[in-house]
Design a protein around this ligand. Structure first.
Ligand code: AP5
Ligand code: MG
Ligand code: ZN
Length: 217
């Protein structure tokens, strides 16, 4: 099963992709995570991407298409993937169509997480991540069970993304509406789009996505 999670910054793509990946045995392919890993490793691509990401702009299409194309060829992706944060432009969507066709894969669903803009900023500025295992949290909506200790790996260090400030979020939102929002129309016309109410609590959104996936499976 191959899926796309579509939605603005802070909609809950990463949160939901992690749970669905574990539940359905899929691999989460987050271009944002891959680019942040490249930046942390100090590669040339990572260095260039970091400067763009810190401004809230999009990394060039050819860079992310190449990253996805190489990653999906790895054996663990055979059983199915969840694209999280990709595609983000019409050019990326059309490159993905070709890529999946060439690799004889089929897109089963495109799940659009719908969240009001005012909520997005609140979600993003409160987000933090375990420095050791990458588990995601929120100051108000998803606190670790024991304060200061990661639920998953018991790590005690946490990080915040450099692009998670109110100013950059506004830029990311503008870029989303200009470049990525048209993809809902693109996938609606292809018959793949399934909208889910992303305003509900994390578990409830997960249940709604689960119902969609059980129907398309
Ligand atoms: P990326 O990492 O993809 O960031 P994004 O799209 O801006 O999305 P986020 O990761 O911020 O949000 P999310 O939807 O994953 O929300 P989350 O689950 O964490 O991309 C970063 C940058 O990389 C881009 O700006 C661009 O520069 C570059 N890039 C990446 N892909 C690219 C591409 N394809 N092409 C070009 N450039 C690319 O949730 C947010 C918070 O809310 C968390 O704290 C969570 O706990 C909380 N939360 C989640 N769901 C709920 C809920 N239902 N109720 C309450 N709180 C919730
Ligand atoms: Mg994310
Ligand atoms: Zn952890």
């Amino acid at each position: 099963m191959d899926l796309i999670l579509l939605g603005p910054p802070g909609a809950g793509k990463g949160t939901q992709a992690t749970t669905i990946a574990a539940k359905y045995g899929l691999i989460q392919l987050s271009t944002g995570e891959m680019l942040r890993a490249a930046a942390a490793a100090g590669t040339e691509v990572g260095r260039q991407a970091k400067a763009i990401m810190d401004k809230g702009e999009l990394v060039p299409d050819e860079v992310v298409i190449r990253i996805i194309s190489e990653r999906i060829d790895q054996p663990d992706c055979k059983g199915g993937v969840i694209f999280d944060g990709f595609p983000r432009t019409l050019a990326q969507a059309s490159a993905l169509d070709k890529l999946l066709r060439d690799k004889k894969r089929k897109l089963d669903a495109v799940i659009e997480l719908r969240v009001d803009d005012t909520k997005l900023v609140e979600r993003i500025v409160g987000r933090f991540t375990c420095a050791k295992c990458g588990a995601g949290y929120h100051d108000r909506f998803k606190r670790p069970k024991v304060r200061g200790v990661c639920d998953v790996c018991q790590g005690t260090e946490f990080t915040r993304r450099p692009d998670d400030n109110a100013e950059t979020v506004t830029r990311r939102l503008m870029v989303y509406y200009r470049e990525t929002a048209p993809l809902t129309g693109y996938y609606y016309c292809k018959g793949n789009l399934r909208a889910v109410d992303g305003m509900a609590a994390i578990e409830q959104v997960g249940q709604e996505i689960g119902a969609v996936l059980d129907a398309v499976k």
